[in-house]
Design a protein around this ligand. Structure first.
Ligand SMILES: Cc1cc2nc3c(=O)[nH]c(=O)nc-3n(C[C@H](O)[C@H](O)[C@H](O)COP(=O)(O)O)c2cc1C
Length: 355
């Protein structure tokens, strides 16, 4: 969901818009009609500048999702939360509150923060954080799970100290609300394997095998989800031409600022240089899948069948217009093609929408 201004594509040609409750409500209601299973909001605390002022306006995900929860009735909702910003006792209640508002449809994406300048500006970034960020998240997650499931919690860790601490009511979902994670490093993948129901990873077979292996070592299983940017036009040629125009008018300044801010958090030889590849036009948008509705349906079917991925997350240039196009053009064909592969999905079915 486009929680920060201009969505996920860094281009002067992309639509420029503000994230508002009205827009998010409209997309959420449409998503319920389309048959989308869940909606996902990242967290963003500092914009990237450039001529497009990318991400300079960003709403706060949990408060926004609480409102969306009240006006939807079926779609699951995930909001990103960074343990650095919310004490686990506060977060435990916030999540239980939204789980109540949504009638058990809420989940969190626990992140350690990919752009540390977001936290530096607030004065909340501990020294040497990069070297213990997943240890911090691990403790926070252990504490919040205890608060969600036990009457009284006594917990002494390196970062948190709870003494006979109570948190009630408990969330509606038992033992706790859904957790997703999106770490890419081995530490991040281990964290996801230990705690999450869904792990966001790329589509390389080796990565998928790795996270499944890490989860098996924890005697758990984790569903794999990947995000994709769908660029749907009437024909393949039109989609390719649109991609070329978006790329030609890339907001290089905003993208460079992103690269610098990501590298502040990377250890050793890891670099964010991959964002300079000619195939990149956004961030958080996922791998681009473009073409006519039929091409998109075919590519998605192949991807699902070949990788065995459990869920696909889509982003769009214009969420309202393109999601409607997806529903009209792609969903019926995708459903048919998957049926031929013995896979059944609910996409494309008419569903009642809450007022
Ligand atoms: C779909 C998706 C959404 C993400 N959302 C956020 C976010 O909202 N805030 C954030 O700081 N990082 C976010 N990340 C970054 C990851 O949490 C993670 O930090 C990044 O993939 C690097 O992995 P590492 O932390 O293991 O080094 C997201 C990643 C993905 C794939």
């Amino acid at each position: 969901m486009p929680i920060a201004s201009n969505g996920f594509i860094f281009s002067k040609r992309a639509p420029h818009y503000q994230p508002t409750f009205a827009l998010h409500k409209r997309i959420a209601l449409l998503a319920e009609e389309v048959g989308i299973d869940y909606l996902f909001w990242m967290g963003k605390w500092k914009g990237l500048g450039g001529p497009t002022h990318h991400w300079e306006q960003a709403l706060e995900p949990l408060t926004l999702v609480s409102a969306i929860a009240a006006c939807t009735h079926r779609v699951k909702l995930f909001a990103t939360i960074n343990p650095l910003l919310f004490h686990p006792t506060v977060a435990a209640k916030m999540v239980a509150t939204i789980d109540d508002v949504s009638n058990g449809r809420f989940g969190i994406n626990i992140v350690t923060g990919n752009s540390l300048d977001e936290y530096e500006q607030m004065g909340v970034l501990p020294e040497d954080y990069t070297n213990f960020r997943y240890e911090y998240a691990e403790e926070w997650t252990t504490a919040i799970k205890a608060l969600w499931s036990q009457d009284k919690v006594t917990f002494k860790g390196r970062f948190f100290n709870l003494v006979d601490c109570v948190s009630a009511p408990k969330p509606r979902q038992k033992p706790y609300p859904m957790i997703v994670s999106a770490g890419g490093s081995d530490e991040g993948l281990h964290f996801g394997a230990r705690h999450s129901d869904y792990a966001f990873i790329g589509l390389r077979a080796s990565e998928i095998a790795k996270v499944r292996q890490f989860a098996a070592e924890e005697a758990r299983s984790v569903k794999i989800v990947t995000n994709l940017f769908l660029l749907i036009r009437d024909t393949d040629a039109e989609a390719e031409a649109e991609f070329a125009r978006l790329r030609d008018e890339l907001d290089h300044e905003a993208l460079n600022n992103l690269i610098v801010s990501l590298e502040g958090n990377m250890r050793g030889s890891r670099r964010a240089d991959y964002l300079r590849a000619p195939t990149v036009i956004g961030f958080g948008s996922g791998f681009t899948v473009m073409g006519s509705p039929e091409t998109i349906a075919r590519k998605l079917t192949a991807l699902i069948v070949e990788t065995g991925v459990d869920a696909l997350q889509f982003s769009f240039l214009d969420f309202v217009q393109d999601l409607a196009f997806f529903r009209r053009g792609v969903a019926p064909m995708l459903k048919d093609m998957l049926r031929h592969e013995g896979i059944s999905i609910n996409l494309g079915e008419e569903r009642a929408t809450a007022a």
